[in-house]
Structure formats: C-alpha cells, structure tokens
Design a protein around this ligand. Structure first.
Ligand SMILES: [Mn+2]
Length: 319
C-alpha cells in the first residue's frame, strides 16, 4: 500500500515499538533519517531499535551514530509494531535483515525518494520521487506529527539533505530541500557539517585522486569520460570509493562531458559501476538495465561482466 504523510504519521503515532534501518552500505541520507527518527521516537516514549544492515563507513563517524545505531546481527532483531526502512524501496538492498523484519515486525514501511521498482510488489511505501533526499521526507512527517525538532534531529536531517543534494546541486526539484533547510539551519553548525562531509582528504588520498584524474579516458566524441580502477591500484593510490566518486564529480565539470562513469573492480568478476550525467541525459534506466538503480543524474550498479566497450555502447543509447 502507498501511504501519504497524514496516514503514515497517524500510523507512527499510534504504534509503540519500531525497528529503523536503511539500505546496505548506508549513506548519510539513510543514516541521518534513522538518527532523526531514533531521537524523535525515543522522545515520544516509543521503543526503538536502530540497525544498519552492514558496517557503517568510518566516514560517517562524525554523525555520532555509535550510541544509537548498531550493525545487524542474525536473530538480534527485537519484535516490534513497525519497521521503517529509509532511502530505498528495494527489499534486496535490506537483506538479510529484511527477511527477519518480516518475521519480527507487524508492518514494514519503506520511506524513500527513488523511483519505484516495477518488479517489487506488495510493499508498503511512503514515496516521493520529487524529494531530493529522504531526510526531507522525514521532516514532512515530523511536521505532520507536530513533534518538536531538537538540535540533534535538525543536525541529522540537515546532513541528509546536504549529502544527497551535494550542497543543493542535485537535478531534482530543490524547493523541498531549501524549505526544510530554512527550518533547520538556525540549529546546526553549517560550516562544520560542510567540512565533515566534503573536506576529507589527507595528503595520500589527495595525491591518489590526482593520479586517478590523470587516468581519465574518453569516448571518441568526448561526450563520455570514465575511470577504470582495479582493487590493486585502489590500495596503491590510498583512496577509498568516496575519493573515486569525488574524482568522477570533477570529471563531470568538463563542458563536453555528458556522461561519466567509474568502474571499480571490487574483487575478481565483481565490478561496481557509478554513473553521473548532465543536462537532459538520464542514466537511471541504464543503471536499472544493469541490475542497479538510482536517480536521473546519479546512479550505479554492480556487474559481473565489465568491458568499457560494452558500457560505452549502452550509454550511447541514452545520449
Ligand atoms: Mn537518498
């Protein structure tokens, strides 16, 4: 069933116990949404268990999630009325936790801003594709629930929004992001959050990213730029996935480039592909074709077979 904000806030206010989670390999939007709800629900006297499906990147330590969000362990999920699953509508990205949630919680509800997946049926959703982040949707619910937004809730939501919009750069309708941040910003340290999220290079990783940028390859018409990185060069360069994505964002600053991608060989026969696009070129369907998903201008997939020729061929269809 599809919830609207009124029906969902009623459901939340009427329920007593919750499990909160987000997609695997969580990001600041999903984690910020969990944290904001964790604080709000706890203050309302509800029972709350907050779980990450897998390890949380050290990059997000500054979000101070340690005391509130733990990593899922089999058979450790509490029984609860409602499971709220943030920033995805794809149950596969919440496994193996999702299967356990179906046994331990009465209702599972996805709160998300990604395109709904055509093959996923029979899930409960509160979904708004026009929202630029899930944090924005959480704020809509808090307004509907008429709960006060404390300093720690404001900080968590502000991080969600700034992260997912890349400081208000995303292609989506940003009015909701601006509106929400206008309500939050007086309670948050804007400069500190900017630095924690976006200034994260030491000398080694900075040099590593420069090396990555010197390895950019182009399609014949210069409209596609890409970086290939295998596991060894990853370690040699001293960079993480986040640094590589930063390099990809820099590559997209070239005028002629409409699509950029990075291919990261995580292990033999397992490639993580991240795509960016500009202007009217949408790459979300391309990512879906490859078994992944995402947004119009930012998407990704993990594939077993990778060749640059194949990916360049697929991209051609969308330019
Ligand atoms: Mn998001």
């Amino acid at each position: 069933m599809n919830f609207n904000s009124i029906a969902l806030s009623e459901k939340i206010l009427q329920s007593q116990s919750f499990v909160l989670t987000t997609h695997k390999n969580c990001d600041a939007d999903g984690l910020g949404s969990i944290l904001a709800f964790h604080h709000v629900l706890t203050k309302l006297g509800k029972k709350v268990q907050s779980l990450a499906v897998d390890d949380i990147s050290k990059r997000y330590d500054f979000m101070n999630h340690q005391d509130f969000v733990s990593v899922y362990q089999k058979n450790q999920v509490a029984t609860a009325d409602v499971a709220l699953i943030f920033d995805t509508n794809d149950p596969r990205l919440v496994e193996p936790l999702y299967s356990e949630l179906k046994q331990k919680t009465k209702t599972q509800i996805f709160i998300d801003h990604h395109s709904p997946l055509s093959f996923v049926k029979d899930i409960n959703m509160f979904l708004d594709e026009n929202a630029a982040s899930t944090g924005e949707l959480c704020y809509t619910l808090f307004e509907e629930m008429k709960v006060p937004v404390t300093k720690e809730v404001a900080r968590a939501l502000y991080i969600s929004i700034i992260f997912d919009t890349g400081m208000f750069r995303s292609s989506k309708n940003l009015s909701g992001a601006f509106y929400t941040c206008s309500k939050l910003c007086h309670q948050v340290d804007i400069n500190q959050i900017y630095e924690e999220l976006f200034c994260r290079y030491d000398q080694i990783s900075w040099k590593g990213m420069m090396d990555l940028l010197s390895q950019v390859q182009y399609s014949a018409d210069q409209k596609v730029a890409f970086i290939e990185c295998d596991n060894d060069s990853f370690k040699k360069l001293g960079v993480s996935v986040f640094h590589i994505l930063d390099a990809l964002d820099l590559v997209m600053k070239q005028k002629s480039v409409l699509v950029g991608f990075v291919s990261i060989e995580k292990s033999p026969g397992q490639y993580k592909l991240s795509f960016r696009s500009k202007q009217s070129v949408s790459i979300s369907r391309l990512a879906e074709e490859l078994g992944g998903g995402g947004h119009e201008h930012s998407a990704g997939a993990t594939v077993k077979d990778y060749s640059k020729e194949k990916i360049l061929g697929l991209i051609k269809k969308w330019i």
